[in-house]
Design a protein around this ligand. Sequence first.
Ligand code: NI
Length: 167
Amino acid sequence: MDTALLKIRIYGDPCLRRKSKPLKDVGPGERMLFKAMIATMRQAKGVGLAAPQVGINQRFFVMDIGDGPVVVINPRVTKKAGLCILEEGCLSIPEVTLEIERPQKVTVCFMNEDGKLMEMACDDLAARVVLHETDHLNGKLIVDYAKHSDKVKFKDQLKALEARYNK
Ligand code: NI
């Protein structure tokens, strides 16, 4: 049976701006949700998808940078090192990409889908995805990092997305 796909919430949806709450337990319902999120992320050709992006304000996300899906629950970034600039997009903000400076390496502690505590050291793209998705859990979006010229450039596009949501 195919896993049902979830609706990705778009810029303007208040879900994306809420601070999410920790996930307490992982049961069969959550595992089904993780599967659906992974399928939705793949279908949208994304490398990460956070729960608020599918309307769930709980602290978890899924990611896959090409070496298999990882479920990251209640993440805590414990180490950051270096800085690099990378271009970022977001499935909730179609057609907007921004160059953003963030740490180049991070260590993240989290719970996996089996309820096991994990520690993962990431760099480059993996670090970027961890930081981007963790931002989602705090209601923070890539546009919040935009420099003035980018804010001007994307102003109409963001307004159009908000209007689409409010319709
Ligand atoms: Ni995003």
